[in-house]
Design a protein around this ligand. Structure first.
Ligand SMILES: [Zn+2]
Ligand SMILES: [Zn+2]
Length: 133
């Protein structure tokens, strides 16, 4: 069974990705600010993510590795597929998002894939955001 990122890891990778998209790289101080934690705690978590191979340090700042991008994509897919499913069951889009956050990271990827196919490979989540294939 392939495990997804933990919720915490995913949050970090998402923040790093956002900052990188905006500024080309992520600074530790900005990551800490976005996460509302001290730079020391952010530093510790970044080191954990570097050891796992999801994040790398460059001269300018912190970036996702290719592996990190791939894992984040899987996590995004899991979230949006679960959202879509809950929305289909009759929950509102916001509610579907909140429920999905609570357990999408615990659903095995194989189950996400089956659900995705079973739902007819939806292109977007209930918020109109693209579901990666
Ligand atoms: Zn959502
Ligand atoms: Zn959504």
């Amino acid at each position: 069974m392939e495990l997804l990122l933990s919720q915490r890891e995913r949050t970090y990778l998402t923040v790093i990705k956002h900052l990188t998209d905006e500024e080309g790289f992520a600074r530790l101080s900005k990551i800490a600010k976005e996460m509302s934690i001290s730079p020391a705690s952010a530093y510790e978590e970044i080191n954990h993510l570097i050891k796992k191979g999801f994040v790398q340090k460059t001269n300018k700042g912190i970036k996702l590795t290719e592996e990190g991008e791939k894992e984040l994509n899987k996590a995004i897919k899991a979230h949006r597929v679960v959202e879509y499913w809950l929305f289909n069951l009759g929950f509102g889009a916001a509610e579907a998002c909140n429920y999905a956050k609570k357990f999408d990271y615990m659903v095995p990827l194989e189950v996400i894939e089956k659900l995705y196919v079973n739902l007819g490979k939806p292109e977007t989540c209930p918020h109109g955001e693209k579901i990666p294939e």
